[in-house]
Design a protein around this ligand. Structure first.
Ligand SMILES: [Zn+2]
Length: 404
């Protein structure tokens, strides 16, 4: 049960303003990433140019939002129009960053209150609040920017580049423990750990080891059935020529391998940290727990991150195969799976379900009017997942406090 926060609505103008300004510049950089990454161009070189005449944009014309307004949305040389989307993304990114800074600054010392309260195990390690809030904020901002870039590229090209998904897939479980992911996680308390009245964690080693090995077993099992199951679904439910193709096979296999790496790497780390370290130091579990009270909350958080990654991989894949059976064509790209799996580590298993539900609602709200206008509804699902994930990260901690 997260602690009830007392009224804390003070806005610190300086950090929020600095955050907002910084966010606008990041938004400007995101525009470059979204344009260049899918085209396999360098995102640092050359400097911004007009896409029509190739003239380099001057530094003052390149300032976020302001530059576009000075130029009134046109190239200074050839008058080619610059899309309104550029200043919009810069402004939105600035606002989102300012909001994140505000949330983080005002949640100091509030563990159990969504991501922004800072991590439980870093709290237990008695690190200064400012430090752990700063880490949580940095990770969350990086994640929000990653979500924005991925969703915009998906919107433009109906693909999320592996350059974005792969690195996060591997790093996500480790990054996810730097903030407080407990509040939106499903905590199966009792059979692998317990929490006393003082909020101190104690771990049941047998149950914990069983859970770790069970997770590996489940992951390996899922990967073993994923590709054959997908192939079978495609060959029995989908008419030619849309049937199982080399391209499908490659992406399903690749996604499965990455998922397995995400699962196995942190589980190995987990076992090494939680089980082997006391043994190596010749300490009993009780002595070790007294020396390093942060280890067990860390283990629990890492487990929740892995369970979240598992859910993030499983939910879209199950829905995708179900949709393929019902609609007799590929219902959902494997890119959505590769997008939600790393996000799941931050969202936790319950957060993944929230995200998927909110994405479906957002998709319906946008899709039904489009269908009624008799236009084909071919918008990729990634941007809706992005909206669902951001809403979950920001809103669900509040919603959970309202629920029993
Ligand atoms: Zn131009």
């Amino acid at each position: 049960m997260p602690p009830r926060s007392t009224a804390r609505v003070s806005i610190d103008p300086i950090p929020v303003a600095v955050g907002g300004l910084f966010g606008c510049f990041v938004g400007s950089f995101l525009n470059v990433v979204v344009h260049r990454l899918p085209r396999n161009e360098s995102i640092v070189h050359p400097p911004s140019r007009c896409y029509a005449c190739g003239t380099q944009v001057r530094w003052h014309d390149n300032l976020p939002v302001v530059g576009w307004l000075i130029l009134r949305g046109r190239c200074r040389h050839c008058q080619a129009p610059f899309s309104f989307r550029y200043p919009l993304i810069e402004a939105a990114c600035g606002l989102a960053t300012a909001l994140a800074v505000h949330l983080a600054v005002n949640q100091v010392g509030g563990p159990g209150y969504g991501w922004w309260g800072g991590s439980a195990w870093l709290h237990a390690a008695r690190l200064p609040d400012l430090f752990l809030i700063g880490i949580a904020l940095a990770v969350m901002l990086g994640l929000l920017w990653w979500i924005a870039a991925s969703a915009l590229i998906d919107l433009d090209h109906s693909i999320i580049p592996d350059e974005l998904t792969k690195p996060l897939q591997l790093a996500a479980p480790f990054l996810a423990v730097l903030g407080n992911n407990l509040a939106i996680g499903w905590i199966p308390e009792g059979w692998w750990y317990s929490k006393d009245e003082l909020g101190e964690f104690s771990l049941h080693p047998g149950g914990f080891l069983g859970l770790s090995l069970g997770l590996i077993g489940l992951g390996v099992g899922l990967v073993l059935v994923a590709v054959p199951l997908a192939r079978r679904t495609f060959t029995t439910c989908v008419p030619q020529p849309m049937r199982w193709q080399e391209e499908h096979h490659r992406s399903y296999r690749l996604g499965s391998h990455w998922f397995l790496a995400t699962l196995i790497l942190p589980v190995i780390t987990l076992v090494v940290v939680v089980v082997l370290t006391p043994a190596l130091h010749g300490l009993s579990a009780a002595e070790f727990r007294r020396l390093l009270p942060s280890t067990y909350p860390l283990g629990i958080q890492l487990c929740l991150a892995i369970l979240g990654g598992l859910a993030g991989w499983l939910v879209p894949q199950a829905v995708s195969l179900l949709g393929t059976m019902v609609f007799r064509k590929e219902a959902m790209g494997f890119g959505d799976v590769k997008f939600l799996a790393p996000l799941g580590c931050f969202l936790g298993p319950v957060g993944v379900v929230w995200t998927f539900g909110l994405a479906a609602v957002a998709g319906t709200l946008v899709g039904v009017p489009l269908l009624l206008l008799r236009r084909r509804f071919e918008v990729p699902f990634g941007p809706f997942l992005a909206v669902g994930a951001v809403l979950t990260l920001v809103l669900v901690p509040w919603l959970q406090r309202l629920l029993p």
